[in-house]
Design a protein around this ligand. Structure first.
Ligand code: ARG
Length: 590
């Protein structure tokens, strides 16, 4: 559906043309003086430069053409040549009603079905999720939802780190502790036990222990390397242990991702492309995309226009091992074959920009694993910092476990909920606190540009006022409660009819609600969930401005009252749709 700015632009362009000027001068933007007008056009200034005229003369002649046009309530030419535009109340209302009748409030989707793969999460099996995994999980999920809302089929893939040295380390550590297990006996041909010889708790302790040991004990490190290679080559006992590690670890991971309301369509990992690698390497060599360099197999990715020198992408190390880029390339090949995506979006720590955006993407293009038109996007996320501005750490100096961070925020929100609702039942209080904590965490993250670092400030994020997730929920809860009362008083909330706004606050609310599709489209184009956050914050503020100025349920004029209810119902729909794109849900009370 045509965006409101374009529609206003068309009217103003017509006026420029009618006054004898170029249409293109009639572009409009949102006013940067909202105290004076809603929209503005600066075209008279540009036109004056071209034509060596006085901008005020142009602005005035265009304003004359617009005088009496029912589309506007007011059009003013002001010095030095701005056109200040204020829409008619009926223009705003009817455009808003049109968006309600359109699919997804007027979001324009692709003309034929198209698939986008979103690669995010990126957890490593055998290692517990820590705070560093929060951002790719939260941002990736929001981006995936935004892509879906924009009409694409979106497939989220967690792309587990499930095939490297951590696996070898854990298996080597288990071998040290329980060498008698059948998995280590090369002559064993029977059926391996169904249950893992360790719990998730054991696993959590084994990896850091083994990792520390490998730094001091060279023989142990070599053992782990050998095991890793043998595992990848298919040794039966190690593969069986690997399955146990995967099962135990993934169950725990899912729990954590669930708590962040992050859900993947695909639980694939590096291991899933193991068998494709030999053929892919052959292909790379045969077509001359890759060549030997100092014993390794590499793809040159440097481009003439580069200002920096980029090292080639190594796809096979001197010792024959496949590495990170190799599995990523094989995964790209697999996704192209299986899903034919038009776009792949990677949400990963921005410190991996060289490996992914430069080396892997360029290697994929050069070796024609993707089509020339396939979009590859790297959304590099910044770091989550503590109050000191440095990466968030525990007192012991390690990155805290993700679960512990979530616990902490839930405790804080539970205390706030209990304080505000002393009579709320325990179960409901906990469920509400869970939703509010989710909003605090996810919004606290998503309100920032993905690439920016931010300080994880629990006090600020859980506050019910200010630019926070709980503030949005609080606003939604307030709207729900008014609508519930209206419904109880006999008004059919869903059928209520929207009237032209009577007050400035009411008009402002109608106007801001026309902008949801534009925000959703911008968020997709820029892969920036922060666009949705900024939009919803503006809606919440505008709603609260209206709410504080207006007696809604006690309004005596039934037409006015019905219109208020209609407006609230629209605001609720848009806010709930918007927070869903962020992966947040609202409680009934808070
Ligand atoms: N497991 C990786 C890490 O912890 C992140 C994976 C990112 N995704 C990818 N396709 N490379 O660094």
């Amino acid at each position: 559906m045509e965006k409101l700015l374009n529609r206003i632009g068309r009217v103003v362009e017509d006026a420029f043309e009618a006054a004898g000027y170029e249409r293109s001068l009639g572009r409009v933007s949102v006013s940067n003086r909202p105290d004076l007008c809603e929209f503005q056009c600066n075209g008279a200034m540009a036109g004056a430069k071209q034509l060596k005229m006085n901008p005020m003369d142009i602005a005035e002649s265009v304003a004359q053409k617009l005088a009496g046009n029912p589309f506007f309530e007011r059009v003013e030419a002001v010095k030095p040549g701005f056109l200040n535009l204020t829409l008619a109340r009926d223009t705003v209302r009817s455009y808003l009603v049109e968006t309600l009748q359109a699919h997804h409030y007027g979001v324009e989707g692709p003309s034929s079905p198209q698939t986008v793969v979103v690669d995010y999460g990126g957890a490593n099996v055998a290692k517990p999720l820590h705070v560093g995994h929060l951002r790719p999980a939260v941002i990736g999920e929001a981006i995936k939802r935004i892509i879906k809302y924009n009409g694409y089929k979106a497939i989220g893939d967690v792309h587990l780190g499930d095939w490297g040295m951590p696996m070898g380390l854990v298996i080597a550590e288990l071998e040290r502790r329980q060498p008698e297990l059948p998995y280590f006996d090369p002559s064993f041909t029977g059926v391996y036990p169904k249950d893992a010889p360790f719990t998730v708790g054991d696993l959590e302790e084994m990896y850091p222990t083994a990792s520390a040991r490998s730094k001091e004990d060279e023989a142990f490190k070599e053992r782990a390397q050998t095991i890793t290679q043998e595992l990848q080559a298919g040794r039966r006992g190690y593969r069986a242990l690997w399955h146990h590690i995967m099962d135990v670890s993934v169950v725990d991971m899912k729990k954590n991702y669930d708590r962040l309301n992050t859900h993947f369509e695909l639980w694939r990992g590096e291991s899933d492309v193991n068998d494709r690698i030999p053929a892919m390497l052959d292909y790379m060599i045969q077509h001359g995309y890759a060549h030997e360099s100092e014993g390794a197999l590499v793809i040159d990715i440097a481009q003439e226009e580069d200002k920096k020198e980029y090292p080639p992408c190594i796809i096979r190390k001197t010792n024959g091992a496949a590495i990170y880029a190799t599995t990523d390339l094989a995964t790209i090949e697999q996704r192209m074959e299986e899903f034919h995506p038009v776009q792949m979006v990677y949400v990963i720590d921005k410190r991996q920009q060289l490996q992914i955006e430069i080396q892997t993407f360029r290697a994929a293009r050069k070796s024609k694993l993707v089509l020339p038109e396939t979009k590859l996007n790297f959304v590099g996320n910044g770091t989550l910092n503590g109050a000191d501005g440095k990466p968030y750490k525990t007192r012991e100096g390690t990155a805290p476990r993700l679960g512990i961070l979530i616990d902490e925020v839930e405790e804080k929100t539970l205390a706030r909920i209990r304080e505000g609702n002393p009579d709320m039942e325990e179960n409901e209080a906990r469920e509400t606190a869970r939703k509010v904590a989710l909003a605090a965490i996810r919004y606290g993250d998503l309100a920032n540009q993905p690439s920016k670092d931010y300080i994880f400030d629990i006090e600020k994020f859980t506050a019910f006022e200010g630019d926070t997730g709980p503030y949005l929920l609080y606003t939604i809860v307030r709207i729900k409660s008014i609508l519930k009362k209206a419904q109880e008083s006999g008004i059919d909330v869903k059928a209520a009819k929207l009237d032209n706004a009577a007050s400035d606050q009411e008009k402002a609310l109608q106007l801001v609600l026309t902008g949801f599709a534009a925000a959703a489209e911008d968020a997709y184009r820029e892969l920036a969930p922060n666009r949705i956050c900024a939009y919803l914050y503006e809606v919440a503020n505008t709603f609260n401005g209206f709410y504080h100025e207006t007696k809604i349920l006690t309004e005596a004029d039934p037409v006015r009252k019905e219109s208020y209810i209609a407006l609230l119902y629209i605001a609720l729909g848009i806010m709930e749709t918007g927070i869903d794109l962020l992966g947040i849900e609202a409680p009934e009370k808070m």
